[in-house]
Design a protein. Structure first.
Length: 80
């Protein structure tokens, strides 16, 4: 149970950092997709022990947030 609270803290910091960096809430479609990916990834990691908890999972979570944001930016039309 304690590890799921740590996951909520990790996700809170990642989502808060994204909000601070963008200055608005425009990142939320990709961030929501990343969170929906990270929750089952945490469950699978608890069963298979692929990544060390919490530091390696924190790194993988940050990379996942970046990748999902880049995918969203790739499909977003240019403003001009």
């Amino acid at each position: 149970m304690r590890s799921w609270v740590v996951l909520l803290v990790i996700l809170g910091f990642l989502l808060g950092g994204c909000t601070v960096l963008t200055g608005d809430m425009s990142h939320w479609p990709s961030s929501l997709a990343a969170v929906l990916f990270l929750i089952p990834a945490k469950w699978a990691n608890d069963r298979l022990q692929i990544l060390a908890w919490p530091m390696e999972f924190l790194l993988a979570s940050g990379v996942t947030m970046i990748v999902f944001s880049l995918i969203r930016l790739y499909f977003t039309p240019l403003p001009y």
